[in-house]
Design a protein around this ligand. Structure first.
Ligand code: ATP
Ligand code: MG
Length: 394
């Protein structure tokens, strides 16, 4: 008898020719996310991934559940028991132990048995196995248990595959698609609440995500940069890793400040961020950009501003939060544990150079004219910023 984590994934979503690719990616991601919490044997078994601790005494179950619960593509995780042989006797042994775990002295619980039979050669039907095990448990536990097939307090799950598995609880997985099965995109990651959530949402769809942060020392401090590194690490708790490119943006910002109309600073800065992010993205094999923008949230995110910013990019720009209210974004940020880091009070480069009355209805022609005031120097400055990018493996 061994302990085992059973991983359930969205079989429907990954039918067809991608199935093997997805399953293998999921196995890789499971191994990677568990690397530092213990030693495990990870195997595929007929539509499940099984994770067996080499020494179940040496692991913390809750930590493993928490790690598995962050892996995209997993819909449910159960922690249960396994016997190598497939037989009714094996089911009984496991069922007895599992039920002892949930039965308390002097209390009656209602239960039912639910059986899945992947190996149809097994000589009994699923229903017959469930009835047989239900009867067996009634004999063993007497008054302590009662069958209720409609609303049982405990559902004992039996799975007959290449081996026998019995478990009670299934925990909800992160959903989505296995990370790394759907191309790559580059996230513009600031220290705010929105962009880490936006990156997480795209990563959840299986897209590999790396990040770019625009840093403006000494106007933005080392601590502000560290905060972004910390946020990348938080998102990496789901993706396994995240490569962060830190761009030194100070000289460019000062030049914009010096030469362009002040009410247009933010929008011009945004457009130049897009140019640079796109160049870094292309260099790294990314096919799209991601931002945390949401219509109307601030002056630089009015419809007009978004259209002008968007025009600077030739790659598709994914804005998964576009229709979200701040409160909805905050809720996700709390759930994925980026919120506390995001609200640490460090200045960001946009707030420092912000105008008193920023343009809220910029016109592309006008902005392009203002941007042209940088024509003689901007190419060279952008190239320098790209060449001098600092990389953090988070
Ligand atoms: P966030 O909470 O993500 O910072 P925000 O509400 O503060 O968003 P803005 O500051 O207008 O909004 O930024 C809009 C988007 O532009 C951000 O979500 C992010 O994708 C990108 N962005 C802004 N500042 C930076 C920066 N310094 N480095 C990288 N990306 C940035
Ligand atoms: Mg911000």
């Amino acid at each position: 008898m061994k302990n085992v984590f059973l991983i359930k994934y969205g079989e429907l979503a990954i039918k067809g020719k991608n199935r093997h690719l997805f399953e293998n990616k999921l196995v890789t991601n499971v191994k990677r996310n568990l690397k530092d919490v213990g030693e495990f044997v990870v195997t595929k078994e007929q539509g499940r991934i099984m994770v067996e601790p080499v020494d179940s005494e040496a692991i913390d179950v809750q930590t493993v559940l928490d790690r598995l619960g962050r892996i995209f593509g997993i819909v449910g995780i159960a922690y249960g028991l396994k016997e190598d042989e497939v037989s009714l006797e094996a089911v009984k042994r496991l069922a007895l132990v599992q039920m002892k775990d949930v039965c308390k002295e002097g209390e009656q619980i209602t239960f039912k048995v639910d059986t899945r039979r992947a190996d149809k050669r097994f000589p009994m039907t699923s229903m017959e196995v469930s009835c047989e095990i239900g009867g067996y448990l009634l004999d063993e536990f007497g008054d302590q248990v009662k069958v209720d097939v409609r609303h049982p307090e405990v559902t004992l799950q039996v799975e007959l595959r290449n081996h026998t598995y019995v478990y009670i609880n299934t925990y909800k997985g992160a959903g989505g698609m296995p990370y790394g099965t759907n191309g790559k995109a580059t996230l513009l990651l600031s220290g705010g609440i929105d962009s880490p959530v936006a990156g997480w949402m795209i990563a959840k769809r299986g897209v590999e995500v790396d990040a770019v942060y625009f840093h403006a020392p000494p106007y933005t401090s080392e601590r502000a940069k560290q905060k972004v590194v910390d946020l990348a690490k938080k998102v990496a708790m789901y993706t396994g890793k995240m490569k962060l490119h830190v761009v030194n943006f100070t000289d460019i910002q000062l030049k914009i400040y010096e030469r362009c109309p002040h009410e247009e600073l933010t929008i011009i800065m945004r457009r130049i961020m897009m140019y640079i992010a796109e160049a870094i993205a292309a260099k790294n094999g990314s096919m799209a950009l991601i931002t945390g923008e949401s219509i109307g949230q601030v002056a630089s995110q009015t419809m007009h501003s978004l259209v002008v910013t968007n025009n600077a990019a030739t790659m598709p720009v994914f804005r998964p939060l576009i229709g979200f209210d701040k409160e909805e974004i905050v809720q996700i940020a709390k759930r994925i544990d980026t919120f506390e880091t995001s609200i640490q009070p460090f200045e960001d480069c946009c707030t420092i150079f912000v105008a008193k009355h920023p343009e809220t209805k910029p016109k592309l022609d006008y902005i392009k004219k203002s941007e042209a005031l940088l024509d003689d120097i901007i190419e060279e400055m952008m190239q320098k910023a790209i060449d001098e990018v600092e990389i953090y493996e988070c």
